[in-house]
Write a protein that binds this ligand. Sequence first.
Ligand SMILES: NC(=O)c1ccc[n+]([C@@H]2O[C@H](COP(=O)([O-])OP(=O)(O)OC[C@H]3O[C@@H](n4cnc5c(N)ncnc54)[C@H](O)[C@@H]3O)[C@@H](O)[C@H]2O)c1
Length: 259
Amino acid sequence: MSDTTFDFTSRRAFVTGAGGGIGHQIACELADAGCTVTGFDIQAKPEPFPPAQGEVRYVHGDVCDAGAVAHAVAEAARDGLDFVVNGAGVAFMTRDGSVVDVDMDVWERTLQVNLQGPVNVVRSAVPHMLRAAKGGAFVHIASVAGARSMDNVLNAGPLDAYQVSKAALISLSNGLALTYGRDGIRSNTICPGAIRTPMTDAIYEDPDRISAMENRTPLPRLGRPQDIAAACLFLLSNNASFITGIDMMVDGGLTAKLC
Ligand SMILES: NC(=O)c1ccc[n+]([C@@H]2O[C@H](COP(=O)([O-])OP(=O)(O)OC[C@H]3O[C@@H](n4cnc5c(N)ncnc54)[C@H](O)[C@@H]3O)[C@@H](O)[C@H]2O)c1
């Protein structure tokens, strides 16, 4: 529960990754704040999904399928589209590695989901926003790994496919911010640090890894999906109306620390 209550009544949002830890939390908190939300995810709808108030429509689909994305966005934007959250993502923790020798199927799928997926969403959403001429806001869930290089704790080596995909997502967001600011469309990224979700369960099922991460983090705990949702709702809201083109680290201070 955040300290700020947002009112997104009569706003419409499209949220990818809505079946996962962070995207699900964002979709639910948006709907709780009165927003009409379309969630989009490759996995089946998690239960319980419906928040206390608001409406959430859940579409089962792959962000890499440009046609499916265009169709889902068009449905979501039938009465306008205010917010888009690119939350879907993959990290092949046990198979990612150095760009020099990582399996090309890992490289390609990571770039497909984490970069081409958001590209498909953006290409579908922006024309609807421009037609409505009411502006809008994007939040892309990147990663601290897109801003800094980091080791893959599950593979004792680099995480090049993942970090390259997230660095590119940050760049995509900056490009949107520059191009569409005059149309009232804002675009920002959130770079989460270590957040406990299904994506990181395999890492943090080991309590020693939790302690190690807590010791590395100035605010010594793992993050929660609620920490990311709070930042996301702020960036979407009018409270952030002069904020575009930023990468907001929500990482407990992890990236502020040199070693
Ligand atoms: N958990 C962390 O520590 C952490 C840190 C930094 C960044 N992130 C990013 O946050 C975002 C959310 O991750 P999460 O931690 O909630 O993980 P998660 O695995 O719980 O959620 C990711 C969701 O994306 C969906 N997805 C994957 N491929 C898809 C596709 N092709 N089409 C549609 N949906 C697809 C999954 O089904 C899943 O529901 C991701 O982009 C991730 O890279 C997470």
